[in-house]
Design a binder for this molecule. Structure first.
Ligand code: 5GP
Ligand code: ZN
Length: 138
């Protein structure tokens, strides 16, 4: 299934060119057009899923295995010092392209992103923390 208005569907199908560093039947891995660091790449499934919630479990599992394979390869080739795997769901979380993707972000000491790829910490009182805990435990 694909979405005719989706840019990543067009890239996945090869209709829009991309710097593809890996491809198989299910996925394409390409360099991000506006990279956070040198080597920043995206894993996209060839089928259209807007986000993680829509993805079938077997594709989710395959995506994570592929992320590990690519992270190992990229770390070796780029000699980076660390690695972030980021996956945004929903506008509030920073998602701008609504076709599932995983960011593969090689990190380098002093790459200028130390602040951006972290977050502020809430100082939650124990009762609020516990309320959240009670709601969430499965
Ligand atoms: P999001 O903010 O949705 O998690 O990430 C979307 C990412 O897609 C951004 O990092 C952006 O630079 C990248 N991107 C947007 N359009 C294109 C494109 O046409 N080609 C490639 N290779 N990356 C894109
Ligand atoms: Zn799509």
């Amino acid at each position: 299934m694909r979405d005719s208005n989706c840019i990543f569907c067009k890239i996945a199908a090869g209709e829009i060119p991309s710097k593809t560093i890996y491809e198989d039947q299910e996925f394409r891995v390409m360099l991000d057009i506006s990279p956070a660091t040198r080597g920043h790449a995206l894993i996209i499934p060839k089928e259209h899923y807007a986000d993680l919630y829509e993805m079938p479990n077997n594709i989710v599992a395959q995506a994570m295995v592929l992320a590990k394979k690519m992270a190992s390869h990229m770390t070796k080739v780029l000699q980076c010092d660390g690695f972030n795997i980021v996956q945004n769901n929903g506008e509030a979380a920073g998602q701008t392209v609504f076709h599932f993707h995983m960011h593969l972000i090689p990190r380098y000491v002093k790459d200028g992103n130390q602040e951006k790829l972290s977050w502020n910490h809430l100082d939650l009182p124990e009762n609020e923390l516990d309320e959240i805990y009670q709601k969430l435990k499965l």
